[in-house]
Design a protein around this ligand. Structure first.
Ligand SMILES: Nc1nc2c(ncn2[C@@H]2O[C@H](COP(=O)(O)OP(=O)(O)OP(=O)(O)O)[C@@H](O)[C@H]2O)c(=O)[nH]1
Ligand SMILES: [Mg+2]
Length: 461
């Protein structure tokens, strides 16, 4: 990311980067973007036809890339895209060369020597944004799509890239803008108070927009889970089958399972895909009253994991009596599932009427019910995963939270003061809400906002 962000329309250099991962493969792709891209290529590219290079953005051309001394670097295929009909909106050339590490590096060096500048992470997408090819939520979706680990995460990123979130925000903005215009009309006529009827109508419209903002905010948890995975912690007394459950859900024997209590001493984390939802599944040391120093440290780590969990799977051995063994801390309501394991054995009378999910890790039964229960808790609002795939990220959440506060202030002012409410103050709050919503799609000139977003991208994107 550039320390100084270029203004739209004044980007005049040509950037280059390897767009494929470094490694051996059939093909590597090197991408160039900028006003000088075609001219730069014409210096080093010699078409197989023997004619002079005529790169005009309408064809793919096979030929040789040569360095400044005229030595052959590689046989490559050029695909040119004439701006504005390109990813960045500028003239873009994609060079497919042989996929060796050294040859790819040499192609890059040839282009750098010919005058291109090495692109910063995310600079291609940043240019696409600055040239109006996509809004900021779409640019962010590009990275979400690349890093998606499950089908649902991929689908959500695809929806955002297609502009679904951006459209919702633009509608929100349009509603706010109309509201601001209406309120500001009163500023122009200082002798007129806001009459009660209009006041009521304004309050209603503000609360309508407030509701829309709240609806979007409610997708933040789902967004975080899709992007980072839900933290699901397996918790319980020693020997109840915590590691057995981790192995079962993971599909292979990752953790050591044994009939000795205290087998797992440290936390162990693995990512699984549960019906499209990425889960960071954590196996923990069994909690009980212990004097052993190492075990105490393990138990301390277990408690830390429980504190930060989206969901705690509290597992008990249903063949044993319920005991006060130190596992009695019941985590926050809604983030807690009781699981009765070992139901292949005789169930102890203490658990007979329990509502816990019944499973057996050794007989592999009850796992479907457990998955249902996990999805239910994570979906919280009852909204089925996959139905509503607008899922905001932390940056969007912070902006929307601020917009929500502004809307609350505007509504409160109108409601409390009635006809004596000062339109200037209401308009100011609404304008501030408008700015915060605009910031999400990129209607903002704050350099640091853009810097922060694009620096998390990979090079070549
Ligand atoms: N019968 C029966 N035995 C089980 C079941 N699940 C686990 N076990 C056994 O219970 C014992 C303990 O299993 P683990 O998975 O190591 O238990 P843990 O909770 O991880 O134990 P610690 O790491 O020591 O806290 C092992 O001998 C398992 O084979 C089950 O569903 N039925
Ligand atoms: Mg264990």
């Amino acid at each position: 990311m550039g320390e100084s962000l270029p203004e739209p329309g004044v980007i005049d250099d040509t950037i280059v980067a390897i767009a494929t991962p470094v490694g051996q493969g059939a093909i590597s792709l090197i991408r160039i973007s900028g006003a000088g891209a075609f001219e730069l290529l014409a210096q080093v590219f010699f078409p197989a036809s023997g004619k002079a290079a005529d790169i005009d953005g309408r064809k793919a051309i096979l030929g040789n890339l040569r360095d400044a001394r005229g030595d052959n670097v590689d046989e490559v295929l050029l695909t040119a895209f004439k701006g504005p009909r390109s990813y960045t909106g500028e003239d873009v050339v994609e060079i497919s060369c042989h996929g060796g590490i050294l040859v790819t590096k040499k192609v890059l060096e040839t282009l750098l020597a010919a005058g291109a500048r090495a692109a910063n992470p995310g600079e291609f997408s940043q240019r696409a944004f600055l040239n109006g090819k996509m809004d900021l939520t779409q640019a962010e979706a590009v990275m979400d799509l690349i890093s998606a680990q499950t089908e649902l995460a991929l689908k959500a990123a695809g929806e955002q890239l297609a502009g679904r979130l951006g459209e919702q925000l633009m509608d929100l903005r349009a509603g706010l803008l109309a509201l601001v215009a209406q309120v500001e009309a009163y500023i122009d006529f200082p002798d007129e108070d806001i009459d009660p009827e209009t006041g009521d109508l304004l309050v209603k419209r503000i609360s309508g927009i407030h509701q829309e903002v709240s609806n979007l905010l409610a997708t933040a948890d789902q967004g975080r889970i899709l992007r980072e995975g839900a933290r699901v912690v397996i918790f319980g007394a020693p020997n109840v089958g915590k590691s057995s459950l981790l192995n079962l859900l993971l599909g292979f024997d990752r953790a050591i399972v044994s009939d000795q209590a205290g087998t797992t001493r440290d936390t162990l984390e693995e990512v699984i895909n549960l019906r499209g939802i990425p889960l960071r599944l954590v196996d923990t040391a069994g909690v009980h009253r212990s004097q052993d120093k190492v075990e105490l440290e393990g138990i301390h780590r277990t408690h830390q994991q429980v504190e930060n969990a989206d969901l705690v799977l509290h597992i008990v051995d249903a063949s044993e009596a319920r005991s006060d063994d130190g596992t009695a801390i019941i985590p926050e309501e809604g983030r807690h599932l009781l699981i009765l394991n070992k139901v292949d054995l005789v169930i102890h009378s203490d658990w007979e009427s329990s509502k816990g999910v019944r499973i057996s890790c050794t007989e592999t039964c009850g796992i479907n019910d457990l998955e249902d229960a996990v999805v239910d808790v994570l979906a919280k609002d009852g909204e089925a995963w996959g139905n509503n795939l607008v899922a905001i990220n932390t940056r969007h959440k912070n902006c929307l939270k601020r917009a929500k506060l502004d809307l609350e202030a505007a509504g409160k002012n109108l409601k409390q003061k009635g006809s004596t409410a000062l339109p200037e103050i209401t308009a100011m709050d609404l304008r501030s809400a408008l700015d915060h919503v605009g910031e999400i799609v990129g209607q903002v000139d704050a350099e640091e906002v853009l810097g922060e977003i694009f620096s998390s991208f990979c090079i070549g994107k």
